[in-house]
Write a protein that binds this ligand. Structure first.
Ligand code: ZN
Length: 287
């Protein structure tokens, strides 16, 4: 992928110098210890944990000047270039439909950060999009996880992840995301998961659409090897793979992103066709 020296997006927020203090109590070993103390003192550990998670404040204090390793600096430039490329591609596609594209912004953070409408974001959740504030949240530590845990190497894997999150932003702008969320609120968990899978696969399709137009309508250059890396990433983060790793078995009802095969299929469909009308996962009889 050719990206060095290309336009970097200004729709970018660097929160890596902030500490989400809530994290210190909100999860992990600290929370377990506090829950144990509550248990032995006769309190309800769940209640204590809930209070900790809700009551903690995201103090967002600055930890002094932000020090980035060379690798982090390079990754930062990379994600800003990818973000810029998604802006160029989607602006053009919206313009064709006489619409104005209002871009999401990309937030880099470490460990934990507050969102406007999506609760407290934590790295453990992986990269995510928040419709409430129209921001994509990313902890660059995820890039290591892509490699070590999911075996998705190559820089395009991270580009695919960002393009997928921007895909959710497209769904927000078209009204699809809110409609899906409203439907899910009235459904059983099993049905809600089905809607979630359709939502996720459409975001994969949109990631493919971005890849299709990136060379023509933005400054980055993508080649066949990158697409392979993107497909590999899509396959690596399929729910069946993740569930196998986490639990040693696959439970289709609990799928919320789609299987590896489905994710690859929809990314590829967007990439090969470049045709937005082919991405209606919601009315696809096979899903
Ligand atoms: Zn998603």
């Amino acid at each position: 992928m050719e990206w060095k020296g290309k336009r970097q997006s200004d729709n970018f927020e660097d929160r890596r110098g902030m500490s989400g203090r809530k994290m210190a109590f909100g999860g992990g070993a600290g929370a377990i210890i506090i829950a144990l103390i509550a248990y032995f003192l006769g309190g309800d550990p769940n209640q204590v944990l809930n209070q900790l998670q809700q009551g903690g404040t995201d103090t967002a204090t600055s930890n002094g000047p932000l020090e980035l390793s060379k690798e982090e600096q390079e990754l930062t430039e990379f994600v800003r270039v990818v973000q810029a490329s998604t802006e160029d591609v989607w602006s053009e596609l919206f313009k064709r439909q006489d619409e104005n594209y209002v871009a999401d912004s990309l937030v880099l953070y470490r460990e934990g950060t507050s969102t406007d409408g999506c609760g407290f974001g934590q790295s453990a959740m992986g990269p995510f999009y928040c419709g409430g504030d129209q921001k994509v949240y990313l902890d660059l530590g995820f890039n290591n996880e892509l490699k070590s845990r999911f075996g998705a190497t190559g820089e395009f894997a991270l580009a695919y992840v960002i393009a997928h999150e921007v895909g959710h932003h497209i769904q927000k702008l078209t009204g699809t995301l809110d409609k899906a969320n409203q439907q899910q609120a009235r459904m059983s968990e099993k049905e809600a998961n089905r809607i979630q899978v359709k939502t996720e696969l459409q975001a994969d399709f949109y990631a493919g659409i971005w890849a299709h137009y990136a060379n023509k309508n933005s400054e980055v250059r993508i080649d066949a090897n990158d697409i392979d890396a993107g497909l590999q990433a899509a396959a690596a983060v399929g729910d069946d793979k993740i569930q196998m790793q986490a639990q040693g078995r696959v439970m289709p009802d609990a799928f919320t992103h789609g299987t590896s095969e489905q994710r690859v299929y929809w990314f590829k469909k967007g990439f090969t066709t470049g045709d937005l009308s082919k991405g209606d996962t919601f009315n696809d009889p096979d899903l």
